[in-house]
Design a protein around this ligand. Structure first.
Ligand code: RIB
Ligand code: CA
Length: 314
């Protein structure tokens, strides 16, 4: 049976592929897409989500815009990584998909309370919307099967040496989520850096022979140029689809149980995820932490989903 999910995102090149994987893979029932301020302003991440749904032919999936800024600190964007639009590279047609007239948090709650079974949340962005959902609607927690998020790291960060962007952009929101008691799977940089969109991957996307395949190849080409310039990566890591892949088939992403705490007060470490992999501190386990990616299985699912969507739209 397909797993019902809501993806909460900030497109974002890797979010774009995560949306396509969620919409194109038969193991997922994509109930809604929600957007939040993160890689860019929520206006831009929402326009980008509309663009992705249009180019991928994703229709009939409610799309709602969410929080315009973090819970406490000023908004941070990642225009150095994703460009001024938040999805630089390809030229997109005028979006044919529009948003629904309700806030993302209200859409999430409406779906969670009406869906016949608990729903998996897949946040691939700062956790502002999810934290607000749990705070505004505490009864929503019982309707969440699990939260499978892209964020944090068992090792170094990327926005700072200590902190990964999604957590660093709204540490208070992340702290609320990790302390919520809802089952959490954390897909951090330590595992998403195993998902490198190499030239072979880009060639497979181009080789699909569809407009969507070409668009994805163009997204990876731009994204690769920024990762090369900023961090010296030969190929860019496709972070967000790893969280979706974990939902599709847990065998693709191996996890271990650990306690995870979010640093809120460190002068140099704010936004770090402190992952006690060996239980030194004796704190209760509050997360499954992803550690290994089955690369071939992962890319086969990603490219298979883009192929399935591309064949419907060409
Ligand atoms: O650190 C990587 C994460 O930050 C990804 O979700 C990327 O899209 C950005 O939001
Ligand atoms: Ca993202």
């Amino acid at each position: 049976m397909p797993v019902p999910i809501i993806i909460d995102c900030d497109p974002g090149h890797d979010d774009a592929i995560a949306i396509m994987l969620a919409a194109g893979d038969p193991s997922i029932d994509l109930l809604a897409i929600t957007t939040v301020a993160g890689n860019q302003t929520v206006e831009k991440t929402t326009l980008n989500a509309r663009r992705v749904c249009t180019v991928a032919g994703i229709t009939g999936v409610p799309l709602a815009a969410g929080c315009t800024q973090p819970l406490v600190q000023p908004q941070l964007v990642a225009d150095d990584v994703h460009g001024k639009s938040g999805l630089d590279g390809p030229q997109f047609a005028e979006p044919a998909v529009d948003v629904v007239p309700e806030h993302a948090v209200d859409l999430m709650y409406r779906i969670l309370t009406r869906h016949p079974e608990p729903v998996t949340l897949v946040p691939t962005a700062p956790l502002t919307n999810v934290a607000l959902l749990l705070t505004r609607y505490p009864d929503s927690a019982a309707r969440i099967r699990e939260i499978v998020l892209m964020g944090g790291s068992t090792e170094r960060g990327n926005r700072t040496p200590a902190a990964e962007f999604n957590i660093y952009a709204d540490p208070e929101a992340a702290d609320i989520v990790f302390r919520s008691g809802v089952p959490i799977t954390m897909c951090g940089l330590n595992v998403t850096h195993q998902a490198l969109a190499t030239p072979e991957v880009v060639a497979r996307l181009e080789g699909l022979g569809t407009e969507l395949g070409r668009t994805c190849a163009q997204l990876m080409t731009f994204y690769g140029s920024t990762y090369r310039r900023l961090w010296g990566f030969a190929s860019p890591p496709l972070h967000d689809p790893v969280a979706v892949a974990r939902v599709i088939d847990p065998a693709i992403v191996h996890c271990v149980d650990a306690s995870v705490a979010v640093e809120l007060h460190g002068h140099h470490t704010r936004g770090a995820t402190v992952v006690d992999l060996h239980g030194y501190l004796g704190r209760p386990v509050n997360a499954r932490v992803a550690v290994t990616l089955e690369r071939e299985l992962f890319w086969d699912r990603v490219i298979g989903a883009v192929d399935a969507l591309g064949k419907r739209t060409t």
